[in-house]
Every structure is written in structure tokens, then in C-alpha cells.
Design a protein around this ligand. Structure first.
Ligand code: UFG
Length: 330
């Protein structure tokens, strides 16, 4: 398959490009490099540096490259920033996506895989989270993703457009060979920050609240390996053959892991002690978010390769310890 990977130089996108190559497909990358890293994409992969808002350029790429389907990873994803600067999120995550979808309609490309998020559920009505729970985002970031999910349903009805939206839980880990991995500026995610503390790049790791109603008092999350996410994106394409298909899947492992358990796992994998400090709860953090991950595993030819947090952290450790400054392109 010839797949346009939008945001293909970003964390999840670049792992997807790698998996597409390994599965014998032909990825083409579109990325404006505002957050992505050129070095995260192999030189042999066709690479277009452009904005999604440049619809004529996107249409040209779709036509010239004879694209059969699109995977869309390009989005802003800082929950706190989405609260203080919502328009930035609506312009980038919704408006720019509308241009991409219009470009696809104009060029007759009608298969689309979209990065959604567990943040669309807000504070979930029950746990583990199944796909049919009410979606009530509690921040603009989650709302922008839900808005696009709704647009996709409308496009299926109106134009026979076929799509799958994956609601990610906590993407984590790195390529097994340690050559690509997570490099955000600023970094806010737990696992890379704990690894930085183990590497001595920061004095300690702050635990945001240890008084939650959870077994050890710290928040529970569902960490899923980025390559497992990537493989699900490829597996879902065979389900998009029928016009007007609209699919929604959680992508998690279904295993809740606490902040303290993540820290212990990093200590075990790295053999280093990680100093911790207890801080206030971080605004907007639900106590527990974890998936019922059965639907995707039942319906897609997809199996989780990294069910255990230690296996995930091993790959992250390999990347970060070999590239303590990331891609060094900023
Ligand atoms: N945490 C700390 N200390 C830190 C950083 C994080 O204790 O220095 C805690 C957080 O409070 C949270 C857990 O570690 O309980 C995980 O935090 P992350 O920031 O790594 O991930 P989130 O669960 O907050 O965010 C993820 C995705 C977002 C998505 C969100 C949905 O990264 O894109 O889930 O709630 F929006």
C-alpha cells in the first residue's frame, strides 16, 4: 500500500513509517517539522515538508504519489496548553484536519486512519474503558479529537468515506533497535522524565499526587508500546475496503500501571536509583485511565507484542541512554 503518513516525523508517526516499511508497504511522509524530526525518517522515504493548511500542495502530493490511504498523526497534544490556548488547538487539530479531509475528497482518496485519544472519554463513567462509554472530554485537546471523530462519521454518510479512529492510551517505548524514539520539547511524559532522572539529567522525578484513591495512591495509566500502536494502524486498513466504514478502537494493553510502578520499573531496567519528590496533584489528571483492549484484538489481525511495562521501558531505556539529547536537531 502507498500510504501518506501525515506527521510522519513525529513520535508515533515515525514508528509507523518504520513499521510500514518493515511490512513491505510504501510510506510517504508529510510533516511541517514544527515538532517532528527529519532524522526520525529514513532518507529513502519520500518526504514533503509542508503544512496541512496548504491544501493545493497536499492535493498535489496525494495525486502525484498515487496515495491509497492516509494516516494522520499531526496534532498538538499538550493538555494544559489546550486549556490556556484553545484556538491554537482548534486551528491545528480540527481546521487543518478539515483541509486534509477536503484534499482527500477532491482527489478520491477515501481511506483514513486517525489518531484519537482516551482523553475523549474525559473522566470515564466506568473502568476499564470500553469504546461505547460516553465521550465527554474535560479539556479542549480531547474535544478537538472528538470533533474530528464526529466529522468522520458525517463523511462516511455523505461520501462513503472509510475511516478508523484509534483512541490511544499512553504511547510509550521506542523502536527495538534503539535508533528512533521519543523526543518532545518540552517533555512532559512520565517515562522519558523518569529515565532522565535515572540518567542523572534531572535531580529527581516529581510524583504528581500520592493521595489518589488507587492501590498505591498514585495515578493509574495504560502504557502501550508505540510499535504496537503502529502495527494496529496497518492492520486496520484491510477493514476499510467497504465504502462508508467508520471504526473506533481503544488502543491500550488493558493493564493499569501506577506512577510508582513506572518508577520502580525504570529502576529495575536501568539498575539506577531514581530520586522522587511528592508534589501536588496536576490539574486535570483523572485518577485512573485504562482500556478494555479487547475490541481491537478481536476484530483486527493484531496482537500486543509488549504487554508488560518492563518490556516497554527496556526499549525506551535503550533509545534514551544511547541518545540522551534526542535527535539534537533543535
Ligand atoms: N506524572 C508525574 N510526574 C511527571 C509527569 C507525569 O507524576 O513528571 C504522572 C501524571 O500525573 C500522570 C502519569 O504520570 O498520572 C502519566 O502522565 P503523562 O503526562 O505521561 O501522560 P498523561 O496520562 O497525562 O497523558 C496521556 C497522553 C495525552 C492524553 C492524556 C489523556 O500523553 O496525550 O493521556 O488523559 F491527552
Amino acid at each position: 500500500m502507498k500510504i501518506l503518513v501525515v506527521g510522519g516525523a513525529g513520535y508515533i508517526g515515525s514508528h509507523c513509517v518504520r513499521q510500514l516499511q518493515q511490512a513491505g508497504h510504501a510510506p510517504v511522509v508529510l510533516d511541517n517539522l514544527s515538532f517532528g524530526h527529519r532524522k526520525a525518517v529514513a532518507p529513502e522515504v519520500p518526504f514533503y515538508q509542508a503544512d496541512l493548511g496548504d491544501q493545493p500542495e497536499v492535493e498535489k502530493i496525494l495525486r502525484n504519489e498515487k496515495i491509497e490511504g492516509v494516516m494522520h498523526f499531526a496534532a498538538f497534544a499538550y493538555v494544559g496548553e489546550s486549556v490556556t490556548n484553545p484556538l491554537k488547538y482548534y486551528f491545528n487539530n480540527v481546521a487543518a484536519t478539515l483541509h486534509l479531509l477536503q484534499a482527500m475528497l477532491n482527489t478520491g482518496v477515501s481511506k483514513f486512519v486517525f489518531s484519537s485519544t482516551c482523553a475523549t472519554y474525559g473522566v470515564p463513567a466506568k473502568l476499564p474503558i470500553t469504546e461505547d462509554l460516553p465521550q465527554q472530554p474535560i479539556n479542549p485537546y480531547g474535544q478537538t479529537k472528538l470533533d474530528v471523530e464526529n466529522v468522520l462519521k458525517n463523511l462516511a454518510t455523505a461520501h462513503g468515506f472509510s475511516s478508523a479512529a484509534f483512541r490511544y492510551f499512553n504511547a510509550s517505548g521506542a523502536a527495538e533497535d534503539g535508533t528512533i524514539g521519543e523526543d518532545h520539547t518540552p517533555e512532559t511524559h512520565l517515562i522519558p522524565l523518569v529515565i532522565d532522572a535515572a540518567l542523572g539529567k534531572r535531580e529527581n522525578i516529581a510524583i504528581f499526587g500520592d493521595d489518589y484513591d488507587t492501590p498505591d495512591g498514585t495515578c493509574l495509566r495504560d502504557y502501550i508500546h508505540v510499535d504496537d500502536l503502529a502495527r494496529a494502524h496497518i492492520a486496520v486498513f484491510e477493514k476499510l475496503a467497504d465504502p462508508g466504514t467508520t471504526l473506533f478502537y481503544n488502543l491500550g494493553t488493558g493493564t493499569p500501571t501506577s506512577v510508582k510502578e513506572v518508577i520502580q520499573a525504570v529502576e529495575k531496567v536501568s539498575g539506577k536509583k531514581v530520586p522522587t519528590v511528592i508534589k501536588e496533584r496536576r490539574a486535570g489528571d483523572p485518577p485512573a485511565l485504562y482500556a478494555n483492549a479487547e475490541k481491537a484484538q478481536k476484530e483486527l489481525s493484531w496482537k500486543i507484542k509488549f504487554p508488560d511495562i518492563h518490556g516497554i521501558i527496556k526499549t525506551a531505556w535503550k533509545w534514551h541512554s544511547n541518545h540522551p539529547e534526542g535527535y539534537q536537531d533543535r
